[in-house]
Design a protein around this ligand. Sequence first.
Ligand SMILES: Cc1cc2nc3c(=O)[nH]c(=O)nc-3n(C[C@H](O)[C@H](O)[C@H](O)COP(=O)(O)O)c2cc1C
Length: 392
Amino acid sequence: MNQALARRRFLEFLAASPLLAQQPPAKDTGMQDIFNVMDFEPRAKAAIAPAHWGYLRTGVDDDLTLRANRAAFDRLFLRPRRMVDVSKLDSSIELFGQKWPTPIVLAPAGSQKAYHPEGEAAVARAATRLNHLQILSTVTSTPIEDIAKIHRRPIWYQLYPTSIWDNTERMVRRAEAAGCPVLVITVDTQGGRNTETEARSVALDPRPCSACHPVTSDGRRGRRMMPMFQGFQTQEFTVHNPAQTWDSIRRYRQLTSMKLILKGLETAEDARLAVEHGVDGIVVSNHGGRAVESGRGTLDVLPEVMDATAGRLPVLIDGGFRRGTDIFKAMALGASAVCIGRPYLWALGAFGEAGVARVLEILTAEFRLAMTQCGTIHIAAISKSLVGYHSR
Ligand SMILES: Cc1cc2nc3c(=O)[nH]c(=O)nc-3n(C[C@H](O)[C@H](O)[C@H](O)COP(=O)(O)O)c2cc1C
């Protein structure tokens, strides 16, 4: 028997073997055509109810700030460096004494059960499996105690300061009791916002809100029945407290020993004030284009905030991060970490926990590749000299 014939017989023998017949078929994840995080967006749109899709997609007014976030990345190029031994690469960062394998953090986002029945819990399982920090929203659709239990390490809690101090205080106490070391106070929606794209989608969605949202006994849509709002003495409050000032920081300090981070700063002036008022960190953010209209992309804001803070506190950033090179650009400009929002929500809507994990894997692989190609074997090596601005 010649060699080729012998090989064929052997393969036929293998194919007929009962051992092989018992092997489960290769797992079909449904993600074979997902190559980057943007690929999740159309899949999510198909899976999510129209009104919820509008909430996920929306910016404010004409969505100019939303688009500015993405446009900012195109103005920067990378300056790759060659002939560096990149065989051992360490992409880990440290934040408030905790080490994380990458700078990729899951931004707080409300009502995740609107995209998948397992909501925040599915996100938590993916985050803890791949060792990423999750920031839980005030308007989480799963109680903080349940999410904290899923994680091996403490999560952070995002606070919308409500207009009733007693309500705010109760949420802070709950976050503390659940073991959160850091309170992320969102300050960019103070006084409200105009999420017009969302409003259009809600108007066009024929289903009654009560199909998805608990409704109060007097017939109001039940945002006030969210898990973190349970036990409030009064339900007459807004999460866009219009009365906050820099003096409020002192009050939070007296209330809690958690680290205080302000999320939503967009100017050098406010960054300086944050330092003066002793906050522990900043998230440069425009709420994913969902706060002020005619704002700048957050990557355009970052340099002035870095100058103003001069290394005195960690500066995180979010808004439009979709590629590992986007993350690299922010780290080169001095960011301590990068939060992502919509990509993991798209993935959650389309594939649940497995989708969220895939988003984290894709962004990690892309970021590490950008590090490799720029010859940076650890985060401290990622410097400003590795990016440049296109001339107009
Ligand atoms: C659907 C949705 C819900 C959000 N909910 C919250 C929230 O509850 N609290 C908060 O501070 N930010 C919230 N954000 C803003 C995110 O934390 C983050 O700033 C933003 O998503 C980053 O931009 P990206 O979506 O382009 O990645 C939300 C964003 C989206 C898209």
